[in-house]
Design a protein around this ligand. Structure first.
Ligand code: ATP
Ligand code: MG
Length: 471
């Protein structure tokens, strides 16, 4: 079959011409071909395999391009990369691979196109388009990848047990592609993943996180997390989540399964935000529930302080996975810490002061927090579902209203410490803090407006109570 129409971009003719000049064959392979057939929009990264030196081909292509782009050479991998317009093109020489037990980095020797297709992870990633002049656009599909694309199946070209054992990252990739494309992992593959799950330990955390992020960025992340759980990989990667599995029952009282609840929340939030870190927050919002779970004779099941515990666990989890310990992590921590705050507002009518306190504490993240809490509504009772959503709608309106009137987001005290010191002729002391706190509380409660004059008067009154004298 011919897929010339996939190769209308001028770059492909230039690669074809360059390969001809070097007397070698070249093919487009992998993700680009797959995504073209799936009509997933034109990919911005293109992989080229040369039967010969990929590096030399890249250099020839660069020479033939009008802007003579720089070629980045990765000698150890025998690959080269160049950019043209907004496309990243990676070149590699066809190769044959063999593996050692303790490393996912293979021993490499030169090979044929077929050897190179054999080393690819999945049949749908082994499709190649011929770039030679005579056969331009002909597809080479030795493993029926096109049929697997039609059937929505993830399958390995060779024995799955060996494929996953050789490079265990492929287990994560299989689950990631199943999630992104909404494909099924073929049964034998699934069993091979379960069997080889412990091999995930030779993969660096950075690589695992890349795949986790791609799962989280998909439309329905639960597909991936359910597969990670089913194959047993989740125990190795995110044991905090598997710890949420299960329902306990004592004296006829049950709590919900917080693992499946969490996955529902992640799917819900993915309909409303593209923000990866907010999706992480949804994934981790209940992790403090496993270590804080208790049964009380009167109260039933409680998870007292799980938000605080959870936010501490976020730090350890990020650290373990070698994720950056930066403001993104702090954002996730803050979301987890505050994740139950708006819920009381959903159950009852929210007072102005409760909303003002929420805005004060959440600052610029108040909308994200509302998005998280709305996603957290997974009740199957349609009346409650409607009521909670309606109440949150009212809370959102009140947030805007309170914000316009009181400006408590990124709160700056209307009367500064300097003014308090000047007024009562004080050196730094505890009384200043007390006065400031009283003013802040009065504003949040709505007793006084967030304005200088009202705050100044309250300061005088509070100073008098503390026995201070105005100068
Ligand atoms: P995407 O770019 O959307 O993540 P992709 O299929 O292009 O998908 P890349 O990581 O860019 O994935 O890899 C390009 C190609 O290299 C793949 O299509 C596949 O043929 C091959 N490949 C990548 N990683 C592996 C691996 N771990 N084992 C075997 N083949 C791989
Ligand atoms: Mg790619």
């Amino acid at each position: 079959m011919n897929y010339k129409q996939a190769l209308t971009h001028p770059i492909f003719k230039i690669i074809s011409q360059s390969a001809k000049e070097l007397h070698l064959d070249a093919y487009v392979i992998g993700g680009f071909v797959r995504d073209y057939i799936l009509q997933r929009g034109s990919a911005k990264d293109i992989d080229i395999v040369a039967i010969g030196s990929g590096i030399e081909l890249a250099q020839q292509v660069a020479k033939n391009l009008p802007n003579k782009p720089k070629v980045q050479v990765f000698k150890t991998y025998g690959t080269a990369m160049l950019r043209f317009e907004d496309i990243e093109i990676e070149f590699v020489g066809a190769r044959k691979e063999s593996y050692n037990e303790d490393s996912r980095n293979p021993i490499v020797e030169n090979g044929s196109l077929e050897d190179d297709q054999n080393r690819r992870d999945f049949t749908i990633n082994a499709l190649a388009l011929d770039l030679s002049e005579e056969n331009f656009g002909e597809i080479l599909d030795p493993f029926n990848g096109i049929q697997d694309l039609k059937d929505a199946i993830i399958r390995t070209p060779l024995n799955p047990d060996i494929t996953y054992s050789d490079d265990p990252l492929r287990m994560m990739r299989a689950i990631r592609f199943a999630t992104q494309l909404d494909f099924k992992i073929e049964e034998e593959s699934l069993q091979a993943i379960s069997k080889n799950k412990a091999r995930i330990e030779i993969i660096t955390n950075e690589r695992i996180v890349v795949e986790l992020n791609k799962i989280l960025e998909s439309n329905t992340p639960s597909i991936g997390f359910l597969l990670l759980e089913k194959t047993g990989l989740l125990d190795y990667i995110l044991p905090e989540l598997t710890a949420l599995k299960g329902i306990d029952e004592i004296e006829g009282q049950r709590h919900k399964d917080n693992f499946y609840h969490t996955l529902e929340v992640v799917d819900n939030i993915s309909k409303n935000t593209e923000n990866l870190w907010l999706r992480w927050a949804a994934l981790l919002h209940d992790i403090g529930k496993a270590p804080t779970k208790k049964f009380h004779k009167k109260l039933g099941w409680t998870f007292h302080g799980h938000e605080f515990k959870g936010s501490k666990m976020v730090y350890h989890l990020f650290k373990r996975l070698k994720m950056p310990l930066n403001d993104k992590m702090k954002f996730v921590q803050k979301m987890v810490m505050m994740s139950s705050r708006p819920i009381v507002l959903a159950e009852d009518m929210a007072t102005d002061s409760a909303v003002r306190r929420l805005v004060f504490d959440a600052g610029d993240f108040v909308e994200d927090l509302m998005t998280l809490c709305e996603a957290d509504i997974t009740t199957k009772n349609p009346n409650k579902f409607k009521k909670y959503h309606n109440n949150f709608k009212i809370v959102r309106e009140k947030i805007v209203e309170v914000e316009e009137r009181d400006h408590v987001r990124n709160f700056q005290p209307p009367v500064s410490g300097e003014i308090i010191m000047e007024t009562f002729n004080l050196k730094p002391c505890r009384e200043i803090g007390i006065i400031k706190e009283t003013i802040k509380e009065a504003i949040l409660e709505g007793d006084i407006p967030n304005e200088y004059e009202a705050a100044f008067q309250l300061m005088l009154k509070e100073g008098e109570k503390l026995g201070l004298k105005k100068q």
